[in-house]
Design a protein around this ligand. Structure first.
Ligand code: NDP
Length: 306
């Protein structure tokens, strides 16, 4: 990679480290006032990838000074048992953020569980109150991956108003909230999905391209307008020469020469997702503290989020 191309690379690890540093400063100020933000993670079953994700989340929480609790439950736990744990966490004033690691075992109704989380503690932003608030442009707890993408976009581009953003993928956890956030930032937004016709032609209009599909190398040079900023959310495991490798949805080698900036996989959006989870936890903690004390947000130790 030449130096021009390496300037295009967006370092998600560095950006995430910056967010964690900011969050840690807020946590330090809150602790000085005798208030400790806490995140509870509910992990049901033995999915190895989920265990790795939860370990990483706990590690980042520690780095940010956030107290973390993990509730590990057997794969055959009945949904009632999961709901009972969530009810306990909802009622616990010392817990400010609740995250249920997905996917849940097949016998558990995911929506039922996500809807059971107190929206004020819903640090994944998946509760319908938060989803609805986001689509209405209200300040709510926002899904972490799209929030991380917004931070990367703003860090690189500054003002986003008027830019044409194309989001490839319309899932509830990435594509739709991503589109809502871009719209709230006054972008013109096009959402593509598996039934879209001539997706390449539409995608070539994008100043900002967000790929959230789950298909290795789907997005090649034919999808890219020269100078576009490309955010690759995809995480795909492929077998190559007997080894497993992580790749995104973007065909990095063919897109790099055309893009003005691009996130790598790994090391792009992934680290930002966890960093924004920590940010959401502190936001939720501040809001709950302010509500409990009925004091104006400006008097709080929360620096940027309340
Ligand atoms: P989903 O499978 O829920 O959604 C995929 C979306 O892609 C769907 O809307 C689907 O359309 C669309 N799609 C499928 N094929 C095409 C195509 N050929 N052209 C255009 N659109 C297409 O995936 P997620 O949104 O949950 O995740 C997407 C990717 O992001 C995955 O690789 C996942 O691992 C990764 N991810 C990464 C995270 C991170 O932290 N970096 C966090 C979350 C996810 P339709 O609706 O019509 O089926």
């Amino acid at each position: 990679m030449n130096s021009l191309d390496s300037d295009k690379l967006i370092d998600g690890k560095a950006a995430a480290a910056k967010v964690i540093t900011e969050v840690a400063a807020e946590v330090t100020a809150l602790k000085a006032e005798g208030f400790e933000p806490a995140l509870a993670v509910v992990l049901v079953g033995n999915d190895p990838a989920s265990h790795v994700y939860v370990r990483n989340k706990v590690l980042r929480a520690e780095q940010a000074g956030i107290h973390s609790l993990v509730f590990r439950m057997a794969a055959d736990s009945p949904v009632e048992a999961v709901l009972e744990v969530i009810a306990g966490l909802n009622a616990d004033p010392k817990v400010h953020g609740i995250l249920v690691q997905l996917p849940l075992p097949a016998h558990i109704d995911e929506q039922l569980v996500l809807q059971a989380i107190d929206p004020a503690k819903d640090v994944d932003g998946f509760h319908s109150d938060n989803v609805g608030g986001l689509s209405q442009g209200r300040p709510v707890l926002t899904p972490c991956t799209p929030a991380g993408c917004m931070r990367l976009l703003r860090d690189r581009l500054g003002e986003l108003s008027g830019k044409h953003a194309v989001v490839v993928g319309r899932s509830n956890i990435v594509g739709k909230p991503m589109a809502a956030l871009l719209l709230a930032a006054d972008c013109t937004v096009t959402v593509l999905h598996s039934r879209s016709r001539e997706p390449q032609a539409l995608s070539r209009q994008a100043d900002i391209l967000i790929a959230a599909v789950g298909r290795p190398a789907l997005i090649d040079a034919s999808w890219i307008k020269p100078g576009a900023m490309v955010i690759d959310v995809g995480i795909n495991r492929i077998e190559e020469h007997g080894r497993t490798r992580l790749v995104g949805d973007v065909d990095f080698a063919s897109v790099l020469p055309l893009a003005s900036a691009i996130t790598p996989v790994p090391g792009g959006v992934g680290p930002m997702t966890i960093a924004m989870l920590m940010q959401n936890t502190v936001t939720a903690a501040c809001q709950q503290r302010n509500q409990a004390a009925s004091e104006p947000a400006k008097e709080s130790a929360c620096l940027s989020t309340c």
